[in-house]
Design a protein around this ligand. Structure first.
Ligand code: ADP
Ligand code: GLC
Length: 469
């Protein structure tokens, strides 16, 4: 099949979270299975043009707000896999960061149309147009109106909390027909919604775990779009994300001070010692190390961990924290680190190498998310023999098996409360002092297969299903 894959971030070029990882790995897995995949993404100012190909013939796109010239640079990443960057100085090249600009509707409306236009101009006639999250959502509508296409349009929801809702003034600006601005179409409470547009006008929908596919159909989990998703439930499939098991392999991870594997785990202790040193922590008697990596946002349950971590440090544990996001949460971590010198290490920032070393050097990995569409870090943890402590939501529930089960790989708790997380940590301590059991749980986690092949096959099935109108 020919697949046009449209995503607003693609690792390692741009990444604010898991979307970037997925938009790199899934197309690669599909290409390896013999499909022809063209990935389109913006060239943000942070992406150097040095290693990208030369500029291709420019295309002029007309919008009611004016015409915009789209340029492209292509990279052939593998057989059947091309990555194409949309170049536009005003909207992407000159802007700091990826999102959050006042004219995001124009920026990503343009991006969506540029992706479709380029495919048409270059004669890449896709069987499938695969959109990700709200940013390219306008393409789903365009494919039914101004940009008629034979392709099947699929939208993947990576996070329903981000919807791309804009004031209705963007409707005429983007040239969207007023006829679709109603609650059955693109309107969401008086706003024009990019995500709702994608959900209404795509032929099929997917999301990134089976459990999240159920949660978003509920009032609590649907962020206002649950009714629509219940209505479209026969077109909605939950497909668990895979992980890049080449990049995340403790046996050949260039970021680690020592390799280790399921058959010989001994190098992990070396990674732990080095991690404590890297975070400036006491080398003293070895208590369990609790790691966490991620966006510091309400979604991730950071506030719960900030409450509970103190008891763990007081009883002889260590904690290492890597992340960035909301300032109040960052400040709170820095304040706590000041109170627990030698026991709690905090790095504010985004650092791929440190993320790998936290995964490898920690004994437990803490993810008390309020909601979690899939989550990648818990899968990295399992692969790195680090026992995940997760809340039973979204993809966390689909990927980690609690200690109470015979096939246990981690610790799963239910309530979103400091108390429930504290109890989960108590169970972690009990496991910590039971070395043979800890070893068995680690090894079972390391044997899990979260590679892309299985998920890619499920996407293929969605791609190939007959197109309903
Ligand atoms: P989300 O997409 O909601 O942020 P995921 O677990 O799906 O959560 O993906 C997050 C990805 O971003 C993982 O690959 C994780 O390692 C990475 N990541 C998050 N924060 C950081 C950070 N501060 N430094 C390095 N990598 C990070
Ligand atoms: C989102 C979700 C995360 C998921 C990622 C990739 O950012 O928050 O849970 O793993 O997308 O699909």
């Amino acid at each position: 099949m020919k697949v046009l894959f449209v995503a607003s971030e693609v690792a390692p070029y741009s990444k604010t979270g898991g979307l970037g990882d997925i938009a790199a790995a899934l197309p690669a897995a599909l290409a390896a299975r013999g499909h022809q995949v063209q990935v389109v993404t913006p060239r943000y100012g942070s992406i150097s043009t040095a290693s990208l190909g030369p500029l291709q013939t420019p295309l002029t796109l007309q919008f009611p707000f004016g015409s915009v010239i789209a340029r492209f640079r292509n990279l052939q990443l593998a057989e059947g896999l091309q990555l194409s960057f949309v170049e536009e100085e005003t909207y992407f090249g000159s802007r700091p960061g990826l999102y959050g600009h006042g004219d995001d509707a124009r920026r990503f409306g343009f991006f969506a149309m540029a992706a479709l236009s380029q495919a048409r101009f270059t004669g890449f006639d896709p069987d499938v147009v695969h959109l990700n999250d709200w940013q390219p959502g306008l393409a789903a509508l365009a494919m039914r109106t101004s940009f008629e296409s034979r392709a099947r349009c699929i939208t993947t929801i990576h996070n329903i909390a981000f919807q791309g809702n804009f004031p209705s003034s963007v409707v005429p600006e983007l040239g969207v027909p007023w006829a679709v601005f109603n609650p059955q179409g693109s309107e969401f409470h008086g706003h024009f919604s990019f995500l709702k547009t994608a959900l209404v006008y795509s032929h099929a929908l997917t999301t990134v775990s089976p459990n999240y596919a159920l949660e978003i159909q509920t009032r609590e989990g649907g962020s206002g779009l649950d009714g629509l998703l219940r209505h479209r439930r026969s077109d909605l499939t939950g497909i668990l994300n895979g992980i890049d098991d080449q990049e995340w392999d403790p046996n050949r991870d260039p970021h680690l001070p020592a390799p280790y594997s399921r058959d010989d785990i001994s190098g992990k202790e070396h990674c732990t010692r080095a991690l404590l040193e890297e975070f400036g922590l006491d080398p003293g008697p070895r208590g369990p190390v609790f790691g966490s990596v991620g966006r510091m946002s309400d979604q991730k349950g950071v506030e719960l961990w900030q409450q509970v971590v103190q008891q763990q440090l007081a009883r002889g544990g260590y904690a290492v924290v890597l992340g960035s996001g909301e300032k109040a949460l960052q400040d709170q971590w820095l304040e706590l680190a000041g109170r627990f010198p030698g026991r709690l290490g905090v790095k504010i920032g985004f650092d791929e190498g440190v993320a790998h070393r936290v995964e490898a050097g920690s004994d437990f990995f803490v993810m008390p998310s309020k909601f979690e569409p899939c989550g990648l870090n818990q899968m990295y943890s399992l692969r790195y023999g680090t026992v995940p402590i997760v809340r039973a939501v979204g993809g966390l529930k689909d990927t980690v098996v609690d200690l109470a089960e015979p096939e246990a790989t981690g610790i799963v708790f239910k309530a979103y409360s400091a108390r429930a997380l504290a109890e989960a940590c108590d169970r972690a301590w009990a496991l910590w002092i039971d070395a043979p059991r800890l070893f068995a749980v680690r090894r079972r986690g390391m044997a899990q297969d979260f590679s892309w092949n299985h998920s890619a096959a499920q996407y293929e099935a969605v791609y190939a299903a007959p197109k309903k109108v």
